[in-house]
Ligand binder design. Structure first.
Ligand code: URA
Ligand code: ZN
Length: 382
């Protein structure tokens, strides 16, 4: 574990509790989990490109060309999560359900499904007190009163510190006025929104060669970050941050490309005749830079010093929080029980950008998360 003066915290780390795995196993359209003859692990298929590959392979494919990713013990086993944490000297993990969360659950079931999934997260945290906290999942397809009641439910769960949210909202994105009461309820209860991508960009963008030849690189490396960038830009343009000033958002993958593109967003706003005529570019306007420094936190899951420095420049060293994205991106040529590059690349980036052992590095590796997400030890856990 980390040295006594600071604790290493992983704020971007996923779990699939057994009830959620069961739902995925019962499905015939994405997202789904399917077993293939001859393959040791079932496969998790979520992206549209993988659904196309699934249609092509049928049920009996050779294990070298199976769609999706293997569902290993790293997805659901608490012991495995703790092993990963111990191997990488991570003191605390703030676990969350992975994409696409409950976005696909039929409306009448969504409230109860959220309740049971959140309870499973709560139980896992209770089984490893002091080492695990969680971001809950919201039943976004449920009627508004059920959705708001679910916030009431999770705010009472001892280890819950926020919610993980995709970019689709209630179906119209996060700039939908119908989401304002949800953001207000989350903000009023001190629940941070962990914004995470899933839908990427339309497949046509990747061209005809992508599915066969380029693996998952384009949707994951580029589609995910652009999706996050666009979602937050839309919220900003819609005035959501003004309307809910206490809203706090933690953006996955260091905010997508926001730190790099914030200047361009500003320039386009100031030079937009429509916005100027509507009086939206007056002296009281809060810039996207201000929002990034006042209402946004960024995870440090960017794998390089260059991107991390941009994120620190945009939001401040006190607003970056370390993460791994475990169990995604396992090592493919070394033992999965050993070291993962998701840890080493991201922690190396922090050390290179801020100096090994510096106050800034300690802040990003853990102290910021402890403060922002209130991960304080209780007497029970000492
Ligand atoms: N791929 C996903 O689908 N989700 C993640 O969080 C990371 C990679
Ligand atoms: Zn993730």
């Amino acid at each position: 574990m980390g040295s006594p003066e600071f604790r290493v915290v992983d704020v971007h780390t996923h779990m699939y509790p057994p009830a959620y795995v069961q739902i995925l196993e019962s499905r015939t359209t994405i997202p789904l989990i399917r077993r293939f003859a001859g393959a040791a692990d079932p496969r998790y298929i979520i992206l549209p490109a993988e659904a196309e590959a699934l249609e092509r392979v049928g049920e009996d494919a050779s294990s070298s060309h199976l769609p999706g990713r293997p569902v290993t013990s790293h997805y659901s086993s608490l012991a495995q999560k703790l092993h990963f944490m111990d191997t990488h000297k991570i003191d605390i993990s703030v676990i969350s359900l992975a994409n696409p969360w409950l976005d696909f659950v039929p409306s009448p079931e969504a409230g109860e499904t959220a309740k049971s999934v959140n309870q499973e997260f709560s139980n896992m945290c209770g089984d490893a007190p002091g080492r695990l906290y969680f971001f809950g999942a919201l039943p976004l397809t449920a009627p508004p009163e059920v959705l708001l009641a679910s916030i009431d439910n999770i705010k009472g769960l001892r280890y819950c510190r926020g919610v993980i949210l995709g970019t689709s909202g209630l179906g119209k994105g996060l700039d939908d006025p119908a989401l304002i009461p949800v953001f207000k309820a989350l903000a009023a209860n001190g629940l941070t929104v962990f914004l995470h991508p899933h839908y990427g960009l339309p497949s046509e963008v990747w061209g005809p060669r992508a599915t066969e030849e380029y693996g998952h690189v384009l949707p994951l490396a580029l589609g995910f970050p652009m999706e996050t960038t666009i979602a937050v830009a839309r919220m900003y343009l819609a005035g959501v941050f003004e309307e809910v000033p206490d809203l706090r958002m933690l953006l996955a993958h260091s905010g997508g490309t926001l730190p790099f593109l914030a200047g361009r967003i500003e320039s386009c706003v100031v030079h937009d005749g429509h916005l100027v005529r509507e009086g939206k570019v007056g002296p009281k306007r809060r810039t996207i830079w201000q929002v990034l420094k006042e209402q946004v936190y960024l995870d440090a899951v960017i794998y390089s010093e260059v991107g991390l420095k941009a994120a620190i420049d945009a939001s401040g060293v006190d607003r970056l929080m370390f993460g791994t994205d475990h169990p995604f991106f396992p090592p493919l040529t070394s033992d999965e029980q050993g070291e993962w590059e998701s840890m080493t690349w991201n922690s190396e980036a922090v050390k290179k950008a801020l100096g090994d052992g510096s106050d800034g590095a300690k802040a990003v590796l853990g102290n910021n998360a402890v403060e922002v997400l209130r991960l304080y030890k209780t007497a029970q856990e000492d």
